[in-house]
Write a protein that binds this ligand. Sequence first.
Ligand code: FES
Length: 87
Amino acid sequence: MQETDTSIELVLDGQPIRVSAHGSVAGALLEAGVAWLRSSPRAHGPRGAFCFMGVCQECAIVIDGRRQQACLVTPRAGMTIERGGVR
Ligand code: FES
């Protein structure tokens, strides 16, 4: 069986990061070791994806300039992601 490279490069908070091209942005970031996606509104504690099915809103981040749920978006090469700005 031939092994293929299925990773892609995204831009996370201005820095390039290689992630899996499969699944969701939230899953790809978590697989790459990025669990923190935003801060809680009151205590400013770290928050990350929880349900991975579009219900909890814990994965809301800015993807390509729009607030989106990272668990519902498929990663694409060159995609820009900004964490922490969504409350
Ligand atoms: S992880 Fe719950 S909405 Fe995305």
